[in-house]
Design a protein around this ligand. Structure first.
Ligand code: ATP
Length: 261
């Protein structure tokens, strides 16, 4: 018997006034998978992420999250973003949203606060029941920074980091919430080829560590290299779904996504 998907979306619909941005979408993500969500500008990809992460409440449909190895699911529909994070789903944003006046280390520690429910950095430290807990948070944050290759910049202000490093810091902050499902919204946007190659390696490593990944990405080389499965949208609807090799040669995808007949 196949394991329960960790993410099960059915009939997801989102209307903005007269605009139907998402039209009855069904999607499943299984433990360990990297699934890419692609489609032309305005297809509804970011709206899809916003519905999953509590920024929008969908007009209709269901979003069920099931921790790996469990059969007990939880509905994310209508939950606030911080509650979605507590359930094990974290995300990054298309436009980087770091705390630019804080250090690299503090940005990761803030990610951790979503789990500890402290709301500002000072509170994290004050609420740490013992010095040991406080040390654990710092150690864990350093370990995550090491994973994304930023440990040597821990005490630098986030605003001083080069663009590619800021994007990796966003991933580090999301990882600090210990998600089993990570949503990445255009992680390679604005990166140069070398940064994109490093990102490719990092995402594969994160996946090997046991995080499932759903990613929106326009860089097709990266999408083809990373994905187990690709889900293609256009005008809020699913137009195709399959392995990279199947998607590459799918006539509907070529027409909609590449604008070719
Ligand atoms: P891109 O690749 O350019 O980021 P996208 O696939 O992420 O595009 P969305 O940003 O999700 O697409 O937009 C899907 C549709 O929903 C568009 O027609 C957009 O104008 C509309 N839309 C998104 N958010 C809102 C909103 N808050 N109010 C009204 N319309 C919206």
């Amino acid at each position: 018997m196949m394991a329960t998907p960790i993410l099960q979306i059915s009939g997801l619909t989102m209307d903005f006034g007269g605009i139907r941005a998402l039209n009855r979408l069904d999607l499943e993500v299984h433990a360990g998978e990297i699934v890419a969500l692609i489609g032309p500008n305005g297809a509804g990809k970011t709206t899809f992420f916003n519905c999953l992460t509590g920024i929008y409440t969908p007009t209709a449909g269901e979003i069920l999250l099931t921790p790996p190895g469990s059969t007990k699911n939880v509905s994310l529909k209508g939950l606030k973003p911080n509650h979605v994070t507590e359930k094990g789903l974290a995300r990054t944003f298309q436009n980087i949203r770091l705390f630019s006046q804080m250090t690299v280390l503090e940005n990761v520690m803030i990610g951790r606060h979503c789990r500890t429910k402290a709301f500002i950095l000072g509170a994290i430290l004050r609420n740490a029941a013992t010095r040991r807990e406080e040390r654990q948070i710092v150690e864990m944050s350093y370990a995550i920074l090491d994973k994304v290759g930023l440990a040597h910049l821990a005490n630098e202000f986030a605003r001083n980091l080069p663009y590619g490093a800021q994007r990796r810091l966003e991933i580090a902050r999301a990882l600090a919430t210990e998600p089993f499902l990570l949503l990445l919204d255009e992680p390679a946007a604005g990166m140069n080829p070398q940064e994109t190659q490093e990102l490719d390696r990092l995402i594969k490593e994160i996946s090997t560590d046991g995080h499932s990944i759903l990613l929106i990405e326009h860089d097709m080389k990266l999408v083809m290299s990373l994905s187990d499965r690709i889900f293609v949208m256009d005008y809020g609807k699913k137009i195709a779904q399959g392995k990279p090799s199947e998607i590459r040669s799918n006539p509907a995808v070529i027409k909609a996504y590449l604008g070719e007949d």
